[in-house]
Write a protein that binds this ligand. Structure first.
Ligand code: PLP
Length: 424
């Protein structure tokens, strides 16, 4: 099946007389005739469902579709993108370990790493995605367990050189984890460029309609944990908390990472999405490729319009010719990067606020990446407590407007922008 067909049919093939849509199995538990039959499931000797905190048929089918879209070997859903990134890293790094991460990542992920996971004893070194090869190599330590970055960063909109970061990770015997939320696998497939694990906030384009918070993790099955058994004991030695199973032995490279994350982390932390939310996510996935094409075309039109507007100081959109990351975007996501455009209104913070107030079609929302155009001015909302100097240090200029271009008629979006700029 080609990409667009996978969006519709991936992950689920109904048998004779079965529901055409992925059924919502809204049940916490599953019945078995004997204790022995259920015991085999607990021992991971047989596959089947026994408790939805670990696995649920609806969730698994939707995860299988995302896995197929990414070209991976195994995948799982989580209740949020935050949970996906936490699980992906914590599955291989624990107290005393270290991770290299791109500095231009979503603020929530930065906080998760730099504050919360740091308190758990995991150290992070943040490197600029534009750092030199030498600077990147210098960030590794003997206890480094992974490299993490976003294919397109939120909200910086920088594009990660996935091949370069994958090479550095592999040279140091660790996997590259890519948060592929913004371009989605429809426009960027990080495994084809050497990434090993992909994560998503499915809350964004995958769901696409602001219906359900969710996340996903997909494993490429390519990283050979068994070459570094001392570095990844959790995957290569018996798990005493799960009947002594050694994940790489029992499930091979194709299944070890996701089985461990499910059997251990989902069991203990329990960030499972409801089957109802997985169903909503699947409805979004069915139209993902159609919507991404429209999001990207609309965003590029808005970026081009803004670039030529006398009241606009600067524009960033990686698919826009002249953008600092245009070449990277053409390499990794030639069909379009995402629907987000960031720009500055001449006149700084006050002018940006005035622009926002003049918008009618675009709603002011903290969300990005769904069907409805929305806008955020970090300096007057999420970052309003910061001075202009503090904003600059955080990489958020006082005039920065983050514009998430939806799939409405682009003429209506442009008219809204034009009217709001005229009022500035
Ligand atoms: N990763 C990226 C790139 C994001 O933009 C976000 C949220 O905006 C997250 C992760 C966190 O996802 P969630 O809000 O679903 O927990």
């Amino acid at each position: 099946m080609n990409r667009d067909t996978v969006c519709i049919h991936g992950g689920y093939t109904p048998e004779n007389g079965e529901p055409r849509n992925i059924p919502i199995v809204q049940s916490t538990t599953f019945r078995y005739a004997t204790g022995e039959a259920m015991g085999a499931l607990f021992d991971l000797e047989a596959s089947g469902y026994f408790y939805t905190r670990l696995q649920n048929p609806t969730n698994d089918r939707v995860a299988a579709k995302i896995t197929q879209l990414e070209g991976g070997t195994a995948g799982m859903l989580t209740s949020s993108g935050q949970a996906a990134n936490f699980y992906a890293v914590f599955n291989i790094a624990s107290c005393g370990d270290h991770v290299v991460a791109s500095s231009t990542i979503y603020g929530g992920t930065f906080n998760l790493f730099a504050v919360t996971m740091k308190r758990m004893g995991i150290d992070f070194t943040f490197v600029s995605p534009d750092c030199s090869d030498d600077e990147l190599a210098a960030a590794f330590r003997p206890n480094t367990k992974a490299v993490f970055g976003e294919s397109v960063a939120n909200p910086a909109l920088s594009v990660l050189d996935i091949e370069r970061f994958a090479k550095a990770a592999h040279d140091h015997g660790v996997p590259l984890i890519i948060d592929n939320t913004f371009p989605t696998p429809v426009h960027c497939r990080p495994f084809e460029f050497g990434a090993d694990i992909v994560t998503h906030s499915t809350t964004k384009y995958m769901d696409g309609h602001a219906n359900a918070v969710g996340g996903a993790i997909v494993d490429s099955g390519k990283f050979d944990w068994t070459k570094y058994p001392d570095k990844f004991p959790g995957l290569c030695t018996p798990d005493e908390s799960y009947h002594g199973v050694t994940y790489t032995e029992r499930f091979g490279l194709a299944g070890a990472f996701i089985t461990k994350a499910t059997a251990q982390l989902m069991r203990d932390f329990g960030s499972i999405p409801s089957p109802q939310n997985a169903y909503y996510l699947n409805i979004g996935l069915e139209t993902l490729s159609l919507r991404m094409a429209r999001h990207c075309a609309n965003a590029l039109a808005v970026a081009k319009y803004l670039k030529n507007h006398p009241k606009v100081a600067w524009v960033r959109h990686p698919s826009l010719e002249g953008d600092p990351d245009y070449a990277l975007a053409q390499k990794y996501m030639p069909e379009g990067c995402c629907g987000v455009v960031s720009f500055g209104v001449k006149g700084g913070r006050a002018a940006a606020s005035k622009f926002m107030a003049g918008l009618e079609l675009a709603s002011i929302a903290t969300h990005v990446a769904d069907a409805k155009t929305c806008v955020l001015h970090p300096a007057s909302t999420t970052h309003r407590q910061m001075s202009d100097a503090e904003l600059e240090a955080a990489g958020v200029s006082p005039d920065l407007v983050r514009f998430s271009v939806g799939i409405e008629d682009v003429e209506d979006i442009l008219a809204d922008v034009e009217k709001a700029l005229a009022a500035v």
